[in-house]
Ligand binder design. Structure first.
Ligand code: HEC
Length: 152
């Protein structure tokens, strides 16, 4: 590599982290954006599981296990994604200030959701009735956090 190309390569690499962030995003908006995206992915992954559980689509153990595993992984990101306290910054968010007032309880609820998703994933191998029981617990784990920490 010539010296000029090396400089170009370094410049490109240095500009990459900024490329993922929209120009108008300050760090608080970026944090709210990430946690919103995380929750959207959780919602997207759980949707077919709810439909299977409610009988709107046939039970598919492989699909259920895959989605369950993804929810375990996504649940593991909640702590990091909500780390930045954006209360009082005016960013558009459904996260209540209580998230940062009760961090231990918030973390406990995140862990409960991870545990419920882990149990659900295991239950998908035990047939539809077992998966339904585990799904109800998983749904409750999402809801119990939303009741305390999400507006609307
Ligand atoms: C530990 C707390 C917690 C758990 C557990 C949790 N959520 Fe959330 N969720 C939140 C908070 C807080 C918000 C609001 C986020 C924001 O606006 O910044 C939210 C928002 C959402 C949204 C709305 C996204 C949007 O902003 O439009 C969806 C969908 C969602 N969660 C799905 C789920 C699902 C599905 C589960 C369970 C698998 C789950 N959540 C578990 C705290 C949690």
């Amino acid at each position: 590599m010539t010296k000029t190309w090396r400089i170009v390569a370094v410049a490109v690499c240095l500009s990459l982290p900024a490329a993922g962030m929209a120009d108008d995003e300050n760090p608080d908006e970026a944090a709210a954006h990430v946690r919103h995206a995380l929750m959207e992915l959780m919602g997207w992954n759980i949707t077919p599981l709810g439909e299977m559980s409610g009988g709107q689509q046939p039970f598919d153990a492989d699909l259920a296990a895959t989605r369950g595993q993804r929810l375990v992984a996504l649940g593991g990101m909640i702590g990091d994604a909500f780390e930045r306290d954006t209360s009082g910054t005016g960013v558009k968010t459904e996260a209540l200030d209580a998230v940062w007032q009760n961090p231990d309880d918030f973390a406990t609820k995140a862990q409960a959701m991870i545990d419920a998703a882990t149990a659900y994933t295991a239950a998908t191998g035990d047939g539809e009735p077992a998966a339904k029981v585990a799904f109800a617990k998983l749904g409750k784990a999402c809801k119990s956090c939303h009741e305390e920490y999400k507006s609307e």
